[in-house]
Design a protein around this ligand. Structure first.
Ligand code: PXP
Length: 249
């Protein structure tokens, strides 16, 4: 299982003061030293954190894969086709949201998704779709030609945030089952399964035996933790959990 670290929020800190630091590229290299396998960034339409120069610098300096998250707009797809990251994850985007809320509606926009995938794949880029663990979305994702899905774990993370007790345990377990069923469905259709959003050392463990889980993408929690312990140590905490789960298999 591969660990992708999302360094967007290093850029959030930089943009908050209009400085040149902290540098997400330096952060990405530190994340790799802590045990990350690859790096993810989201070039948002409002450029609230990552900028084009970050993407281009990461592409030059990273010795590993860059996964670029982007909205399905002609300008974003043009940009990705020009700079050619190894992988792109297509995500829904609303300007007013704090973070990516909900997965891509592939059922509602099959034509636009298929066209974006076709263009990116033609440029030699692997494409994943960030979707909710919903059987209809997964079937639709498959029919667009996507080889990879990233399951949105945000709802699971929200539930896991609630106070303990039987209701909480049941709701979390139901959402976990929904994620696992979605992973099985995607696997049976021949798609690679990744997951991410809202994950941290406290809620990650129950998801680590998800069928066929290939990659995890983690951002906000690990950058937050890094404020106290440093980025390599914060990434190493996640890495240790993943390694433990893999040894138990
Ligand atoms: N995966 C996708 C597709 C995302 O958009 C994000 C947030 O940028 C993440 C994973 C990581 O989420 P978080 O920052 O909550 O760990």
């Amino acid at each position: 299982m591969q660990l992708g670290i999302n360094v967007d929020h290093i850029a959030t800190l930089r943009q908050a003061r209009g400085t040149t630091y902290p540098d997400p590229v330096e952060g990405a290299l530190l994340a790799l030293s802590g045990g990350a396998d690859f790096i993810t960034v989201h070039l948002r339409e409002d450029r609230r954190h990552i900028q084009e120069f970050d993407v281009e610098s990461l592409l030059v300096k990273l010795p590993v894969k860059l996964n670029l998250e982007l909205a399905i707009t002609p300008l974003m797809v043009d940009y990705a086709c020009r700079v050619k990251p190894a992988e792109c994850c297509l995500v829904p985007e609303k300007r007013e949201e704090l973070t990516t809320e909900g997965g891509l509606d592939v059922v509602g926009h099959p034509g636009a998704v298929t066209e974006a995938i076709r263009r990116l794949q033609q440029a030699g880029i692997r494409v994943s779709l960030f979707i909710d663990p919903d059987p209809l979305q997964i079937a639709a994702a498959h029919s667009t030609g996507a080889e990879i899905i990233e399951l949105h774990t945000g709802h699971y993370a929200e539930l896991a945030k609630e106070e303990g007790g039987p209701e909480f345990a049941e709701a979390t377990s139901e959402e976990r089952q929904r994620l696992f069923a979605a992973a099985l469905q995607a696997q049976s259709l021949g798609m690679v399964v990744n997951a991410g959003h809202g994950l941290h050392t406290g809620n990650l463990e129950p998801l680590l035996d998800m069928p066929g889980l290939n990659e995890l993408n983690i951002g906000h929690s690990v950058i937050s933790r890094a404020v106290f312990v440093g980025l390599p140590a914060a990434v190493a905490e996640l890495r240790a959990l993943l390694d433990l789960a893999q040894r138990a298999e």
